[in-house]
Design a protein around this ligand. Sequence first.
Ligand code: FAD
Ligand code: SIN
Length: 480
Amino acid sequence: MSALSSPSTLLQFKPTIVVGSGLAGLSAASQLICHHVPVIMLDRAPKPGGNSMKASSGINGAPTRFQPVDNDQEFFGDTVKSAGTPFTSSVSAERLRRERLIETLTQSSPSAVYWLTDEKGVDLSKVTQLGGHSHPRTHRGAGKRPPGNSIITALLDSLNGNPLFELRTNSKVTKILREADEVMGVEYTGENDKTTTLHGPVVFATGGFAGDSHGLLSQYRPDLSGLPSTNDAREGSQPLLEQIGGALIDMDQVQVHPTGFVDQKDPSAAVKFLAAEALRGEGGILLLGEGRRFVNELDTREHVTNAVMGSATQLDGPMRQWDVSLLLDEGTVSALASHVEFYVWKGLMHKTTASELSSEAFRTLQDYADGVAGRKDDTFGRKAFGNWTLTDVKPDSVVYTGKVTPVTHFTMGGAIFDEYSRVLDKNGTAIQGLWAAGEVTGGLHGQNRLGGSSLLECVVFGRIAGDRAAAFYKKHYQIP
Ligand code: FAD
Ligand code: SIN
């Protein structure tokens, strides 16, 4: 029997090391295992899944059998447009790299969706349109579970129990080990503060730093201090890559999501539940305090956030928050029943009737309904209305409302990497034995990431990292 056919013995030998158990890390690990290469996955948290577990709107794919009218060129165009100045002002090698990253992301999007649906059994049959997209292309399941939860659970289920795979939680990587040109492993602190050294090629998938409010966020974007966040509070790990020569890019490009829920029971909470963009995608609108609409809700997050901060009243209190309401009709709610059920149960939204709204809000509602019904153009140029069905507003028309405010949500900056998921140094040279994927990387999204493109980048570049690390392992590490 060859060594490869007796995998239970393999973890005695050098493994590949995947740091981070979010979607990027799990995608890389799945590919490594598929190539029969042993994996030790390290995560500092007590439970796996990272911020990926919370993802609520879905993953982009263009085209797929769930959304056949779309195409990857339009997705490429939307992504370039959203990336803005960091993309358009880049030149020569950097411009080419950014272009190739976006090409790889968009061209691989159908296969990323099919990998999850057909190989991992995840339901992604519902498609919605998020801000900045020219078509509906964000896929989620038809059932109750949010997409992040169902994707992460499926990948973990497929890995757990495999003798080639071992997950070590409560294991915080504190150092990447580099000798000469090559990364040789990591050092991590486990339970009881014990430091352990592991040798092997490394896939780094430690996520972003939007939750690192007192560390990297305040270093690169001090102006965002005081904003609440959707992210778990944890320090960013990008400096570990920098310490071994990895270069960072776009670190000041931080996405502020326009709609985090303000819980009236704890309005100053620093970590907020996200009001998923799909709520706007399926028809929902945003109103200022007195009931006026002020923006095309399906413009990019950057644009909608700027509109909130420029038009809404800033609230008093320890956090920087604005007075804005999200309003949904019953059609929108029916498309996202389990989301809304959860928000109502949490007290983040409530059901009411149009008669309970201010007279200004009532008029706004009818104006929007006229646009949806085609009786006029939408006042803010909105073209897609999702599942909104309320076209004749009456005092007893049922609506759902909740208070929302901008929240730090995603960091576009991170390690410079290429379309092979290799981490590059400041000269653009790939560091041997090291790959990175997911939110820890930078440069792909420029100044604004489109909704649904983070889960996608995790799958696309996580799988590439896994494939590349497997080939490297087979070439450089002897399996006895
Ligand atoms: P993560 O999932 O954050 O995983 C990183 C892991 O690395 C964590 O478990 C962390 O504990 C671990 N780690 C960090 N540092 C270390 C260290 N030094 N040592 C060991 N372990 C470490 N994107 C979409 O595309 N669609 C959506 O619908 C969507 N919804 C979202 C909803 C919410 C509420 C949030 C917060 C984000 C959402 N996003 C969405 C964004 C997306 O979920 C994340 O950007 C993406 O999942 C990041 O995945 P990742 O694998 O790179 O990192
Ligand atoms: C959301 O549901 O609004 C988040 C989607 C994303 O961040 O891609």
